[in-house]
Design a protein around this ligand. Structure first.
Ligand SMILES: N[C@@H](CCC(=O)N[C@@H](CS)C(=O)NCC(=O)O)C(=O)O
Length: 243
């Protein structure tokens, strides 16, 4: 039986991790590609999300959920927990500790503080890192820039955010401690545009981040969905005043 319908774009890094998790947790999800040009699908999406943004999920149980962070967490929570127990009163950790699917629930951290740190990294990756990466990457592949800042500002912001992650990873194997969590997969997917386009620059400047990125990308269930990122080999001219 279908778990629900996911409205997404083909592709969007905001959906990569949740699709990989859906596969890991055997969630049977119907996918609808709802780019504006797919008029019927887009009109359907707007019934559930008037902003027409993806990812947006419509569950078989009637739950309508948008925003990639809660959606990624939703697909991390083991499906075998009855819906009645997936109440909002449960913390991420409490739900995780009841989880029949240990492989997925371990991704939510092993303490409350770890769970909060995971959210911190996911929020940073989605609202700060990803717009900067998009601002550099999209115009270079002929797509519209998604944020209102000029090319150099985007590039400076991207490099500064990557350096921040690179420095953090010098003292921590993964974003939150020594065990891979959902924050690593989520942040990795939002960095894929930067790696697809500027792999060489990333390797020259951020060796620790690259080591971590490659390690996360090698995890089998994630690789199955997220693998095959092309190497576009684009050049980046770095502004002199960037860090
Ligand atoms: N705050 C939302 C943003 C979602 C979003 O902007 N998604 C993009 C695709 S990655 C989109 O649907 N853009 C189309 C639009 O905004 O019209 C989230 O974090 O999921």
């Amino acid at each position: 039986m279908s778990f629900g319908t996911l409205y997404t774009h083909n592709p969007t890094p905001r959906s990569t991790t949740l699709l990989a998790l859906a596969k890991l947790n055997n969630l049977d999800i119907d996918i609808v590609y709802a780019e504006k040009k797919n008029e019927q699908a887009f009109a359907e999406l707007r019934k559930y999300n008037p902003l027409g943004q993806v990812p947006t999920f419509v569950g078989a149980d009637g739950l309508v959920l948008s925003e990639c962070i809660p959606l990624t967490l939703y697909c991390t929570l083991p499906v075998l927990i009855p819906t009645s127990k997936r109440s909002v009163n449960h913390t991420m950790l409490a739900v995780a500790s009841q989880a029949p699917n240990k492989r997925s629930s371990a991704l939510l951290g092993s303490s409350q503080n770890d769970s909060l740190k995971i959210l911190q990294w996911m929020s940073f990756a989605n609202s700060d890192l990803f717009p900067a990466v998009g601002g550099v990457f999209l115009p270079r592949i002929g797509r519209r820039q998604i944020i209102r800042q000029d090319d150099e500002d985007s590039l400076r912001a991207m490099l500064q955010r990557c350096k921040y992650i690179d420095e953090h990873l010098k003292t921590s194997r993964f974003l939150v401690g020594d065990t891979v969590t959902i924050a690593d997969f989520f942040t990795t997917s939002l960095l894929m545009g930067a790696f697809a386009a500027f792999r060489k620059t990333m390797e020259d400047r951020f060796q620790t981040l690259c080591r971590w990125y490659d390690e996360v990308c090698e995890v089998d269930w994630f690789k199955e969905i997220a693998g095959g990122v092309p190497d576009l080999g684009l050049e980046l001219e770095i502004p002199e005043d960037s860090e």
